[in-house]
Write a new protein. Sequence first.
Length: 424
Amino acid sequence: MKEFKNLTKAERYALYASLNEKYSEYCKRGLKLDLSRGKPNAEQLDVSQALLSFPITPEDTRGEGGVDCRNYGLLDGIPEMKRFFAELLGIDEKCIFVGGNSSLQLMYDALMRAMQFGVVGSERPWCREEGLKWICVAPGYDRHFRITELLGFELLTVRMTPEGPDMDEVERLVADPKVKGIWCVPKYSNPTGNTYSDEVVRRLARMECAAPDFRIMWDNAYAIHDLTEKTDPLLDIFAEARACGNENRVLYFSSTSKITFPGAGVAMMAASVENLTDMKKYIGAQTIGYDKINQIRHVKYLKDSKNTHKHMMRLAALIGKKFEITLDAFDEFSGLGIAEWTKPNGGYFISLDLMPGCAKRVFELMVAAGVTLTPVGATFPYGIDPEDRNLRIAPTYPTDEELKLACEILVVAVKLASLEKLSK
């Protein structure tokens, strides 16, 4: 088929009528399908079901040094869990803090502490400064944006490229001392699936920041979430920052949320020893310690990085098929000039860019047909997509058959919205 913009008026009319008839049939089926959030479905969760019945005897609850994991203590996590994350992520064990089940909570708490008390390098608590700003790479993760918006930061949008953030723009913005940090999902970024290049990581680590307490919130949520044995390499930001004398700049987060159970995993934060020493003063007033039984259960179940990789490949067999279904459906757009999309090697999302001015219309059409998408604009600060063109597609939750049907409807909706736009 020709590009839509090259169709004659009569061709557009005939194609629209045919597509609209097909769309009307979908609407009559009373469907309830969900492509809105990046979460595993029951089949994927079943891969980790044995974790819940993994035998833990009283003796098993005693960690290294005879510590009883059933009791209070060990604010920063059991040594076994630290060592597990250290091996898995290539981070020095002494730089790791183990929290509860949510890395997002650790991020929120880190910024709340900065607001109330400041961080290493701060002249005063952040709440005593006016006009604070935060860099948000977009398309990006809506929950990140929500935290900094809630805390009163002005959100500064920086364009995401196939290599990572537009670093020319980032380096321009950090010359302002009011700019306190940046959100980063460096591997299989949400929602584009891009992985930061070596050059981007190096520039983030070494860039001159006017704020002495600038922080990189390094949310490596998809560190080992490959779709096949092939993985995207990611440079060690700690090593790069340390070489430049900027190790305190990085706050690193990850978890087992999409390795085992999102609602009952183990989260971690990594930072310089100086940062951790400072933060633990305040965390120690908040809690005596996190769930150590869950930590030791995860260590005994996942064991090490080699065994965890086998576990992740079982998940990849399920999730990879869903990405194939989605990308095969998007091949319908090839040559039509109405859409562009990413083809990630891992992660949980595919980013679909439409003709400007079409995303909200596609969202409306999908809702009417019984398919839920992530709200348009969610991937941008303040929930506003300036071009009204980006859709975050989350293929992991539906069954394969539900996903095929949802993608069929999406393809029709995009074509209808594009024809409407071209006919105006």
